[in-house]
Design a protein around this ligand. Structure first.
Ligand code: PAF
Length: 281
């Protein structure tokens, strides 16, 4: 496994492999790898000849009051995780390497952003789309792997590669959960003991919704109300949103039909958590 910090060096490594017809799988991350990332790496390893893992905490996708400086980092551990998954290249650029000067061009995402986390994080998905456009152009992967925990990000990335004709297959990878149902996230480490206990209720509320849908409920408002009541009782966290949309277009719906998403965000004192389920009716 090679750790590469310069764009040109990575391109020089990958070009001959691509010419030999090797399939390149790409897992873009901001590091501090957890089991969710490990699942992306395993999926990538299964279906490609060469695996590139990028670790880059992208300043463009953090708002002024967000946790850029506080974002957890542990390169030694990440390296070990990457080795365990037989990663070929870790791309670990500096901010200076990725953004040598103030960008003269960025990507602006026009749809799928004014809902869910997009409303409370203006510009976030523009930052994600911009860095991914750069990374896709640097790596030229055949496939790129994204976790459905960030389902809005997956929807935005699918829109990005489709609208800008970026020749990469986006692979959706299922959410990995703790035993009690809490979706794995780098931010879980911030949770206080009692918040960690309550955090499992996010998934429990989604399961409650699922049962109600299986029992025939099709009205998004009734499901939202059910989940709001449950979470208000079960946690001290503040519900940021519980929203139900078509997926991946993220349009409001009056009745559950086709592929849909129920997504929620709950802000605890130490961390804001998100979770979702995607299902087809
Ligand atoms: O999901 C993430 O970790 C980031 O948003 C990504 C896709 C690596 C872009 O910086």
């Amino acid at each position: 496994m090679k750790i590469i910090t310069r764009i040109e060096d990575l391109q020089n490594e990958l070009a001959p492999l691509r010419n030999e017809g090797k399939q390149i799988g790409f897992v873009p991350t901001m590091g501090y790898l957890h089991e969710g990332h490990e699942k992306l790496l395993s999926e990538a390893r299964r279906n490609n000849d060469v695996i590139v893992l990028s670790i880059f905490v992208n300043p463009l996708q953090f708002g002024a009051n967000e946790d850029l400086d506080k974002y957890p980092r542990d390169m030694d551990r990440d390296e070990q995780v990457a080795k365990n998954h037989d990663v070929d290249f870790i791309f670990f650029p500096t901010v200076q390497e990725m953004y040598p000067e103030e960008p003269s061009v960025t990507v602006k995402v026009m749809k799928r952003t004014n809902v869910l986390c997009g409303t409370s994080r203006p510009g976030h998905f523009d930052g994600v789309a911009t860095v991914l456009t750069k990374l896709f152009n640097i790596v030229h992967p055949d496939r790129a792997y994204f976790g459905l925990k960030d389902a809005q990000q997956v929807a935005v990335v699918e829109g990005l590669v489709s609208d800008l004709n970026i020749p990469v297959e986006i692979v959706r990878v299922e959410i990995v959960r703790e035993e009690d149902g809490l979706a794995k996230s780098s931010r879980n480490v911030y949770l206080l003991e009692e918040e960690r206990q309550e955090a499992k209720e996010l998934n429990a509320s989604l399961q409650l919704a699922k049962t109600s849908i299986q029992d025939g409920e099709r009205n998004p408002e009734i499901i939202r109300k059910l989940m709001t009541e449950y979470l208000t009782k079960a946690t001290n966290g503040k519900i940021d949103y519980i929203e139900i949309y078509s997926y991946p277009s993220l349009e409001p719906i009056k009745e559950l039909q086709g592929q849909c998403i129920i997504a929620l965000a709950v802000a605890f004192k130490s961390a804001r958590l998100i979770d979702n389920i995607i299902f087809t009716i």
